[in-house]
Write a protein that binds this ligand. Structure first.
Ligand code: CUA
Length: 156
């Protein structure tokens, strides 16, 4: 089969690009700990109903420097929306949506995921640097989307 030299060049270039992107994904995953967040389980299995109330959100200390946060996203806020932890804490977030599709991005961290109704999203991060970490909803969820935020205060 005859392939025009230019076409052959472009085929080779695109294969090289795929290999480069593959290496970039592998490197970022291994060096920066970036991973694809996934649904860990159905909300029903955790005992937290889809219509959970703010009282069903909590911050639990598992041990020295280890925390678990059960966070509820709803129109238009997060519960809890202010979390205070000491420097060096490792926090596992469990995210539930009470109504529609939301998202969460914690600035300055690798935590970024969709919050899907009926599913529980899980992400873990170690806060080594003291300061304020703002978190935002990054999936458009209606009129109040832009006010849907909170913060994590890491005390030094
Ligand atoms: Cu919730 Cu945008």
């Amino acid at each position: 089969m005859h392939i025009h030299p230019y076409e052959r060049l472009w085929i080779r270039l695109s294969v090289i690009m795929l290999i480069v992107f593959g290496i970039a994904i592998a490197l970022s995953s291994l060096t920066f700990g970036i991973e694809i967040p996934g649904a860990t389980r159905r909300a029903v299995a955790t005992g937290l109903p889809v219509d959970a109330t703010p009282e069903q959100s909590w911050i639990r200390e598992l041990g020295p420097g280890r925390y678990e946060v059960n966070m509820i996203a709803r129109m238009w806020g997060f519960d809890p929306n202010e979390i205070r932890i000491p420097k060096g804490s490792t926090v596992t977030f469990y995210l539930h949506s009470q109504d529609v599709l939301h998202g969460i991005k914690i600035r300055g961290t690798t935590v970024s995921m969709m919050v899907i109704p009926g599913q529980v999203g899980r992400a873990t991060y170690t806060f080594d640097e003291p300061g304020e970490y703002i978190f935002l909803c990054h999936e458009y969820c209606g009129l109040g989307h832009h006010v849907m935020s909170g913060k994590i205060i890491v005390e030094g």
